[in-house]
Design a protein around this ligand. Structure first.
Ligand SMILES: *Cc1c(COP(=O)(O)O)cnc(C)c1O
Length: 393
């Protein structure tokens, strides 16, 4: 039987690049014709250890021969191990496992509402989010998302979400009321343009939440598990959230999501209140445990910071070389953005022709997400091709 190579039976919900990848190793991916690409997308901040990282692969293969799925009817040693690990790294006490970022945020919203309404006994349900945020594609998480394009055609949307400007304390203060349940925040807006939150604003926001009894949920789906140079981005802001959501980088490419919560808040999920058939399955837990082990044992957080400084200095030089075309260079760790004064689509297409893959974050921002096992030579190649692409457009 010949392989099916016809996209006409797929729904047309993605605008895909015309590249058909079939193999990956480290930071290199290959297409059907054998062309080799340098991957600076990491599958949208997922394959942080590169493609098919050997120790995660071994751990998964061992688990594949042992047990794939049990459901959550049973006690679960691997979930307990990963929850313990995440608690030690985050300072938060309890974990719930699911399969994606949207599901993690969905769980965070449910936990926050249930805690306010059942534990605290207060009629608080409203979730405050921010313009240009991205929280997922389920009905609740697309409603939480501060970008109209993801909502088009999906009305009626769930009630109880309010969106205010990012980095704006007056707007947030104004929005908080006796109905407010939680604030849901990305510390670096990933999809929305690689925009970091202002540290003074974040500290004031934390204090405001504490004073008004509002829960603080940090969406670390893109920033978590080392991407910004610490295990979690909130650790650089000196704050302690009530709930944190995780997904992308947690399983090195194996689907897994999670929320972490303070002990008291986590208690709102009592037996029967929330669940997921696949959530926390043994393969996903093995991938998560191995990913964290590799980051720890190979000291990759330090490496993320080194590589970040290296790439940022190269990007600053590109900005100086093209002052009319590059408006800004920003980001944290290996979540970096180059804002142009024009649309970036042609720049990315030029880079793809030169076999370097990079992403977009909004119409005018190039998003760079190299893996934690990148070499300086690979980042040099990225910078050279980006420089040539900006010069050419
Ligand atoms: C990608 C992303 C999500 C959604 O994750 P999915 O796994 O695609 O559902 C949510 N929040 C942030 C910050 C993200 O970057």
């Amino acid at each position: 039987m010949s392989a099916v190579t016809d996209a006409s039976k797929l729904m047309n919900n993605y605008s895909r690049w015309p590249i058909r990848l079939v193999k990956g190793k480290g930071n290199t991916v290959w297409d059907e014709q054998g062309n080799e690409y340098l991957d600076c997308t990491s599958g949208i901040a997922v394959t942080s250890l590169g493609h098919v990282p050997p120790r995660v692969s071994e751990r998964l293969q061992q688990q594949l021969g042992q047990l794939w799925h049990t459901s959550n009817l049973f006690e679960h040693p691997l979930q307990e191990q990963l929850a313990g690990k995440l608690a030690a790294l985050s300072g938060l006490d309890r974990a719930f496992f699911c399969n994606s970022g949207a599901e993690a945020n969905e769980a965070a919203i449910k936990l926050a509402r249930r805690w306010q309404q059942k534990v605290k006994g207060e009629q608080r349900y409203e979730i405050i989010t921010f313009q240009q945020s991205f929280h997922g594609r389920t009905l609740a998480t697309l409603t939480a998302t501060g970008q109209d394009k993801v909502k088009d055609g999906f009305a009626p949307l769930p009630e109880g979400f309010v969106t205010v400007p990012y980095n704006d304390l007056a707007a947030l203060t104004e929005a908080i009321s006796a109905r407010t349940c939680a604030v849901l925040l990305e510390l670096v807006q990933g999809e929305g343009g690689v925009t970091p939150a202002d540290p003074a604003w974040v500290r004031a926001l934390e204090q405001l939440c504490a004073k008004t009894g509002v829960l603080l949920i940090i969406d670390e789906v893109q920033t978590g598990i080392g991407r910004t140079g610490t295990w979690f981005a909130y650790q650089q802001y000196g704050i302690k959230p009530d709930i944190v959501s995780l997904a992308k980088g947690l399983g090195s490419g194996f689907p897994v999501g999670a929320i972490l919560a303070r002990e008291e808040v986590g208690e709102a999920f009592s037996p029967g209140t929330h669940g997921s058939t696949f959530g926390g399955n043994p393969l996903a837990m093995a991938a998560g445990l191995a990913t964290i082990e590799v980051i720890e044992q190979e000291r990759l957080l330090e490496r993320v910071n080194e590589l970040s400084r290296y790439l940022l200095s190269r990007l600053e030089r590109i900005k100086q070389a093209h002052p009319a075309k590059v408006a800004d260079v920003r980001g944290k760790g290996l979540l970096l953005g180059v804002e142009l004064t024009q649309p970036v689509a042609d720049v990315l297409a030029y880079m793809r022709e030169k076999r370097v893959l990079a992403l977009q974050a909004g119409p005018q921002v190039i998003r760079l997400l190299p893996s934690f096992v990148s070499t300086e030579a690979e980042l040099d190649r990225l910078a050279e091709v980006l420089d040539a692409a900006i010069a050419a457009v």
